[in-house]
Design a protein around this ligand. Sequence first.
Ligand code: B12
Length: 215
Amino acid sequence: MNQDLFAEMRASIEDGDAERATAAARAALDAGIDPLAAIDSGFMPGLTWVGDQFACGEMFLPDMMLAARAMKAAFAVLEPEMKARSTERSVAGRVVIGTVKGDIHEIGKNLVATMLGAAGFEVHDLGVDVPPERFAEKAAEVGADIVGVSALLTTTMTGQRAVIAALGERGLRPAVKVIVGGAPVTRAWAAEIGADGYSEDAVGAVALAKSLVGA
Ligand code: B12
């Protein structure tokens, strides 16, 4: 039964059908499926497949855009439930998060932001295509403990290094911790640019952030 639902979630993204994705997300919640499990085992495999099809020239940019739209529609249904399930109420720390300059991928960054918020962090989301100075400015303004930097393109990953440099120029390092992520990002890259942590997914990002603030 749940396997059928997961297959439907995946198919709705592969078809780039936002209405179908919305319906599948609602059906998942009705069936008592954990929203994060719906994302990880249902919708994400669809998005990964579309990305792979794009990479080998079987699908094109409009297909990827439709898939992303469908994913965002599903997320809009699942996000309130993810927040509602949160049991943490005290502020574990302040996080400024965004996607680097030149990069407009936001789905993974949004997921990380939601999970951090649900875990009790005060999250300031700067959105996408964010210049390094903007990260530093916001971190200073809100007294951030952590800055989270997302990058989905091999060509924009260097933007993560630029954010660390901008924080340094404002005298915010090493007090403000930097965590990085995104599909092409690796632990080795994080170490190379002097980031304080890396996670390959949103659940790991929460554990990482908690460990960095000693929560
Ligand atoms: C959807 C998508 C798009 C959408 C984005 C829509 C949106 N609103 O976000 C659109 C259609 C706009 C798009 C555009 C492009 N895309 Co695109 N896109 C994708 C796709 C299919 C899925 C990305 C996604 O949302 N994944 C789902 C989320 C949940 O996963 P995630 O982002 O990896 O995030 C998780 C982790 O990485 C981590 N994480 C993420 N951020 C952070 C931050 C922190 C701090 C931490 C700790 C963790 C963390 O946790 C997240 C949750 O688990 C990928 C394929 C793929 N397999 O990744 C290609 C992909 C990233 N795109 C690609 C390309 C080439 C492009 C374009 C250049 C295409 C073009 N010719 O124009 C443009 C670039 C536009 C730009 N300037 O940014 C390539 C990148 C290749 C490379 N290595 O550089 C990919 C890999 C496709 C491919 N296989 O070729 N894309």
